[in-house]
Design a protein around this ligand. Structure first.
Ligand SMILES: Cc1ncc(COP(=O)(O)O)c(C=O)c1O
Length: 391
């Protein structure tokens, strides 16, 4: 049997590897604590579950949905954008549902890129920023994110010949994996860069609702000119504990949205109408739920940061996202530190280079496990480091 070469052109999906390793250890009877995947441990708000139950009982939701999405869903998104971000989105032409942010991040590349085109993507970054463009036959040019630059890409450093071939720019704030929040002026610079090079700017907005200490992450679409040059992909997964539901949307430039819809009519038949009604309930009846989740993650963030500091690992508390991006201790690289923690503490963290070459020297810790497990993990990490270098 022969398979398409494109599947060999992307690294094995990071989390699939991590899941395999967890299964192997658990099969040996080891009590593994996984801080590797950003999959919320707490349930979806009851109002959303009940809305799905009610909607699923209505036979009119049982037929093929449309890729345009239900008016009720699009209007709920427009209402949310207006109230939360002060952004006007036309529910008729500027938003459609997507089957999770991941689907949109990967597929938007198919809508925007031809073979030979370039996609500009943050490094470290969410892996589909690479696989989407590669599957489209395009090349990926990484934009390094470094602590010295507050994890913001330098668009000025993109060589002219690369920028001239680029037709897609991905960026993501609050950022996975670094936890960074957008610096003043960056969204404006993304708009001017997109105009200068006539490319599509796509903001991945998976984490705007998980933020701490009074910080309210903005939407890219609130930036003057943003809707002229691009779109934003939003997900209900993290803020509303809905990773299993597969609900998000793409909003912004009407041409981008329409091209995306056209692509999708060839790939899938849209989102189950009952799910869209449940998504609308999240945005209306459970709008404040992400603030409650943010309190949970803030508590866990502080707990883990304190535990790490106590063993000499200095970590900055992030202002958003359920992740800690930790520089590994002296004498380690990402792989050796990940292996040490796994073998000595049976705790799984994500090695930084799984998100791209600039992730070397870091690991990502996800706070999506119950407090007691997180405390247990912190204790085990402390003991494993003590074993390695006894005082
Ligand atoms: C940066 C980023 N974008 C998008 C997503 C997609 O989430 P989902 O497909 O569950 O909506 C994730 C999930 O981890 C993410 O980290």
């Amino acid at each position: 049997m022969r398979f398409a070469r494109r599947l060999d052109q992307v690294p094995p999906y990071l989390f699939a590897e991590i899941e395999r390793r967890i299964d192997a250890l658990r099969a040996e009877g080891v009590d593994v604590i996984s801080l590797g995947i950003g999959d919320p441990d707490l349930p979806t708000p009851p109002a959303v579950v009940e809305a799905l139950q009610r909607a699923a009982a209505r036979p009119e939701t049982h037929r093929y949905p449309s890729n345009r999405g239900l008016a009720a869903f699009r209007e709920a998104v427009a209402g949310f954008y207006a109230d939360r971000f002060g952004v006007q989105v036309d529910p008729g032409s500027e938003v459609i549902p997507v089957l999770g942010g991941k689907e949109a991040v990967a597929h938007v590349a198919l809508a925007c890129l031809d073979p030979g085109d370039v996609a500009l993507a943050p490094d470290p970054g969410y892996p589909p920023y690479t696989s989407g463009p590669v599957f489209a036959g395009a090349e990926v040019n990484y934009l390094p994110l470094a602590a010295e630059n507050a994890f913001m890409p330098s668009l000025d450093a993109v060589p002219r010949e690369v920028a001239s071939k680029a037709n897609l720019l991905y960026f993501n704030y609050p950022n996975n994996p670094t936890g960074a929040v957008v610096a003043d002026g960056f969204f404006e610079r993304a708009v001017s860069f997109a105009r200068e090079h006539d490319l599509v700017a796509v903001h991945d907005s998976a984490y705007t609702e998980i933020a701490f200490d009074g910080y309210r992450p903005p939407s890219f679409l609130a930036t003057p000119g943003a809707t002229e040059v691009g779109a934003e992909i939003f997900s209900l997964s993290k803020g509303w504990n809905m990773t299993g539901w597969r609900i998000g949307w793409i909003a912004g430039n009407a041409k981008v949205v329409e091209r995306y819809r056209q692509l999708k009519t060839n790939l899938d038949s849209g989102m189950f109408d009952a799910l869209q009604l449940a998504g609308a309930a999240a945005l209306t009846e459970a709008r404040d739920f992400p603030a409650e989740m943010s309190d949970v993650y803030r508590r866990r963030r502080d707990l883990m940061i304190d535990a790490l500091r106590a063993i000499g690992i200095d970590a900055e508390p992030p202002r958003a996202t359920p992740y800690l991006w930790i520089r590994v201790p002296e004498g380690h690289d990402s792989a050796s530190f990940t292996a040490l923690i796994l073998e000595q503490a049976a705790v799984i963290v994500s090695p930084g280079p799984s998100f791209g070459p600039s992730g070397e020297g870091y690991v990502r810790i996800s706070l999506t496990v119950p407090d007691a497990r997180l405390e247990e993990a912190a204790g085990r990490i402390a003991s494993s480091l003590a074993i390695e270098s006894p005082a």
